[in-house]
Design a protein around this ligand. Structure first.
Ligand code: ZN
Length: 340
């Protein structure tokens, strides 16, 4: 049992943010904006690169032309990089993007913990150290971009039971660290298998923080039962989930260009619309904007495919009448509904 005021105490269906009849879902593009590092190597405080930072300009240009205002969830090494501050600061001042926070604890001061897999989830750190790192990141963003960040994502989706209260205390209004349908327990992380896909308010201290989960849906012949079956089978072995997908029985589809073909993502969009999700929360990692940094974009051809993915997906969203939103837009929508 998780205490109330935690992101792990899931709300009743009636307490989740729902669409009014006739109201359309919106989509939100969230970008984990971070250093380039070897995803297969152990975590390290140093030795990362920032070679993909200039590629943020091309990314921002793409979304501007598409009329989408993404949110860059920036982490400490990005905040410390002059080029990133220039590219993103200019776009943010022109109100063509938003800046939020993403916490990679292993590269964020104060450095008081041992760097290891368990401590790569901020929520596993002692509360005082969590708060200190979150405060450093918030203040770094404030100094660099002149804005108080309202949105937060824990790196590796690493929420803890006390994170909501800390976020509220530090002036954050919105969290997007819950990755519904995923279980990170094998690597000492959280279990989000049963997390809702709808946003919900988490009462924390004097205030409240809106949780906006990263969207992952389950499709396939087994339909809505698929989620439970996926988790029962996937637990037995990592290949079982893939086998279910091959048979067309159950497939887990995250709304991301990383490892998900565009046609499957379009299918996931249709499922999310059928589920009447208020927000379709897309995500990817900024190192994917340059070939060679992530498993998903290895070559220039992969990068071309990455942007074609967005062409296809944005086209599909437009055909379905789904418009882009922002953290500010989502908060306003949720506040409006809470006030009734
Ligand atoms: Zn990250």
């Amino acid at each position: 049992m998780q205490p109330a005021g935690s992101f792990f105490a899931y709300p009743a269906a009636s307490e989740m943010i729902a669409l009014d009849s006739g109201e359309k879902p919106r989509f939100w593009v969230t970008i984990d904006t971070e250093e380039d590092f070897d995803w297969d190597a152990p975590f390290a405080r140093t030795g990362y690169r920032l070679a993909s930072v200039p590629a943020l300009a091309e990314c921002q240009g793409y979304f501007e032309r598409a009329g989408v205002h993404p949110i860059y969830l920036v982490d400490w090494p990005i905040v410390a990089d002059d080029r990133a501050a220039e590219i993103l600061g200019a776009a943010q001042q022109a109100k063509r993007c938003e800046i939020g926070a993403q916490l990679h604890p292993w590269v964020t001061p104060p450095h008081d913990e041992e760097v290891n897999a368990r401590n790569s989830y901020t929520g596993n750190l002692p509360p005082g150290l969590q708060r200190a790192k979150m405060t450093a990141l918030r203040d770094g963003i404030r100094d660099r971009f002149g804005v108080q960040p309202t949105a937060y994502r824990a790196g590796r989706y690493g929420l803890g039971s006390g994170t909501a209260a800390m976020l509220a205390e530090l002036g954050f209004r919105c969290d997007t660290s819950v990755r519904s349908g995923f279980d990170y327990r094998a690597g000492h992380g959280p279990d989000y298998r049963d997390a809702p896909l709808h946003p919900w308010w988490v009462k924390a201290g004097q205030g409240a923080v809106l949780e906006v989960p990263v969207t992952t849906v389950f499709g396939g012949l087994l339909g809505r039962a698929g989620r439970g079956i996926y988790h029962r089978v996937a637990r037995e072995g990592t290949h079982a989930g893939a086998a279910l997908a091959r048979l067309g029985l159950v497939e887990r589809i995250a709304l991301t260009p990383e490892g998900i073909p565009a046609q499957r993502a379009c299918r996931a969009i249709d499922i999310a619309i059928d589920l009447r999700l208020p927000v379709l929360n897309f995500s990817f990692h900024s190192p994917s904007l340059q070939p060679g940094n992530t498993p998903y974009v290895r070559s220039q051809a992969d990068l071309d495919l990455f942007y074609r993915w967005w062409d296809v997906v944005l086209g599909h969203l437009a055909r379905r009448g789904i418009e882009a939103t922002t953290a500010a837009g989502i908060l306003a929508m949720a506040e409006r509904k809470a006030a009734r």
